[in-house]
Design a protein around this ligand. Sequence first.
Ligand code: STR
Length: 442
Amino acid sequence: MNCPYTGQPAPGADAEPVRSPAPYVCTEPFVIDPMVTDINGETVRLRDAGTFVRIDLLGAQAWTVTRHAEARQLLTDPRLVKDINAWTLWQNGTVTRQWPLIGMIDAGRSMFTVDGAEHRRLRAKTAQAITPRRVEAMAPVIERITHALLDDLQAASEAAGGEPVDLKSVFALPLPMSVVCELMGVDPADQPALHRWYKAFFSMLTPQEERLRVIGELDTYFTAMVKARTAAPADDLTSALILAEEGGDRLTEEEVIGNLKAMVAAGHETTIGLILNAVRALLTHPDQLRLVLDGEIPWETVIEETLRHDTPTTHLLMRFATEDITVGDFTLPKGEGLVISYRAIGHDLEHHGPDADAFDITRPTPIRHMTFGHGPHICPGAALSRLEARIALPALFARFPDIRLAVPSEEIRNAPVLTQNDLQSFPVHLHAPDRARSAAGA
Ligand code: STR
């Protein structure tokens, strides 16, 4: 389906085929696989299809940008907006609430869905609460949660009696979920329900009526929580958002709910990927893992290279052109949607070099990725997710030095989540075979 790709043989007998440069614009629709059966293949094919590629998202067409430089420029262009009402396909009824990805765009009024001065007003308080300095103060909480979950992992491993343990469900998922719930003041007892709802929300296998029902349940849940905190504020960010006043202006109830939903969704669904993708990269590159464990290369480098090479967000939906916008040889017409394909951008050969497809923490050049976005909507949670990974990864490898994949890495499947790089499960053995046997027999 993608644009023609002509590998011409180079002169000389044993020469490698020369890659012809990717076209700037590809107008033939590239169908994005909602089941995510081959994320690495798709990332490379999309990147090689063009800088701007026409894409088909479950029947709705849009454009995507696959290059760092062009995306960076567009991310500060005020002619692109998040408001779905600027989308021709929405205006003319081609896209409705029946479209499976609607919840990624029509997500209520929040800092994720508005722009300009309104956006600054909606975002300020949240962003101030999670600056790198404020986040540093959360380290003890993250450490406590991490160590409790490592105990759970040990218990799960003993209960499994030599069978693999799922690192996703027992560690990588509950960790960021617990942290964001603690930050926002969400009752920990409600985490299982939230997990179920978000799994159904993101999965492309969920029938649309059910997804719309789940969106309604999430809305009911967070509305009740905001009403409760309005009546009786507590020491959490949700209460701070309710009470925050600037020049006599406060956020409306709808805006607080929208921000709370955005924080809980973004606060867990992305960091799961960061943690698991880093563990996967290290376990499949034991030479690099050695360098990290020997202190030759800092964990920060592992985190940044993972963010670049295996971005938790595959495609960020969506921005809309309020007028024709020209970049290089491409014009995004007014009313069209633009997706930012962060995973392809992390593999931009021009920006990251010819070995961009390789995971390499020893690369000599600095890792200048854009995985947290750029411009006014740049991820406000970046410092928090980095700190979570910075605490979780060394603690995991310190507690379980013999941790290994229980299946070949190629057998670890992505969940059917079109926009996110989310793994179905992550089976590991926590102990070397002999120790696992003695632990099971004990
Ligand atoms: C999920 C549904 C919801 O209630 C609110 C939001 C807004 C924030 C979105 C979130 C969504 C989906 C995942 C996003 C997140 C912001 C960051 C995260 C897109 C639509 C990323 O994957 C980068």
